[in-house]
Design a protein around this ligand. Structure first.
Ligand code: 3PG
Length: 331
């Protein structure tokens, strides 16, 4: 049939590309809103363990209500499903908290520089843990993607901080020091955790045929249960109450809407990202996630008035060229 109807096949392929394109655009746009409100909240209320918990709680609530009201059909799951989901939820929880702790400490763009390395973690884990290899041009295309994105995020503001990390080859002391900096380590841990999460999620969705949307919903519920006791242990209700009063007096009663926005948008962007992951490889997902950071950087520069240099724009152009090369190398 494919030989007899080549036009039909081409049309199906084009429709699939369009669908993924729409998912990616939605994912990135929702993520921009999340990043802005998340940072506004963390600036006034520096308790990343609670804000991470609230993000998962909002997602769980939205999905439990949608299932109960039959807006979305609830997935058919059994004990085996939840057992298999447990390690994925641990990875999601660790990756989420680690990134949020990192973002609570520094400019948003700094965390995103480090997080732009996710595709490198993806190929390393694929190669050394899962035993999958890629053609050499695929590895090479990651260089402009990661390098360009890092250059796009590198601003005057965080140059001082990254300055001690990036040219570390000749400076062993600075290299060692970067490992006890929570903003750097948080973002690195998040990269590693999310690569495992993505790979095992992909496998889980395939085996169980639970859709991307429902798979992420279950992940939220389980991650919430895992995170809550730790959040109480690390920060706790007393600290939260005092911090909350402080934030309300500083910002005003509408602060609660900022918290609601960061929580709801966290769920929405992740849900759409999982709808993409259901259709693409974990490596393509990580590359989409890295390119997403350029839109985050551009918007956070506008909202938080971070100074920009021409090298940032050059970096973005290089990264975009890199993804084009990746898509060619994959074929
Ligand atoms: C999180 O809190 O999970 C991170 O902010 C998100 O990281 P991501 O940009 O890789 O989704």
């Amino acid at each position: 049939e494919s030989v007899a109807f080549p036009d039909h096949e081409a049309r199906v392929a084009a429709a699939q590309k369009l669908k993924i394109g729409i998912y990616f655009a939605t994912w990135w746009a929702l993520n921009v809103v999340f990043n802005i409100y998340n940072k506004k909240v963390l600036n006034a209320f520096p308790y990343p363990w609670l804000t991470s918990t609230l993000s998962l709680a909002a997602g769980s609530l939205i999905m439990l209500v949608s299932w109960a009201a039959r807006v979305t059909a609830a997935p058919k799951t059994d004990l085996e499903f939840w057992k298999a989901l447990a390690p994925v939820a641990v990875a999601h929880t660790i990756g989420h908290v680690a990134a949020t702790v990192s973002m609570s400490k520094v400019a948003v763009s700094f965390t995103h520089i480090i997080k732009s390395g996710e595709p490198a973690f993806s190929v390393l884990v694929s190669r050394f843990v899962l035993g999958e290899r890629f053609p050499v041009p695929v590895y090479l295309s990651l260089v402009p993607i990661i390098g360009g994105c890092a250059l796009a995020a590198l601003t005057e503001l965080n140059f001082d901080m990254t300055g001690s990390y990036l040219p570390t080859c000749g400076n062993f002391g600075a290299f060692i020091h970067s490992f006890d900096d929570p903003s750097f380590m948080g973002a690195m841990i998040s990269n590693l955790a999310f690569v495992f999460r993505n790979s095992f999620s992909k496998r889980g969705m395939k085996v169980t045929s639970v859709s991307g949307m429902n798979y992420y919903a279950c992940l939220s519920v389980l991650s919430l249960l895992i995170l809550l006791p730790f959040a109480i242990g690390v920060e706790g209700p007393q600290v939260w109450a005092a911090g909350w009063r402080e934030a309300i007096s500083q910002i005003g009663p509408h602060f609660v809407w900022w918290v609601a926005a960061q929580s709801v948008f966290y769920h929405l962007y992740n849900q759409v990202s999982y709808m993409s992951l259901d259709e693409i490889s974990p490596l393509t997902f990580s590359i989409g996630n890295t390119m997403k950071r350029i839109s985050v950087i551009v918007s956070s520069v506008i909202v938080f008035h971070t100074p920009v240099r021409p090298s940032n724009a050059l970096g973005a152009a290089i990264a975009i060229l890199g993804t084009f090369l990746y898509s060619q190398a994959k074929q």
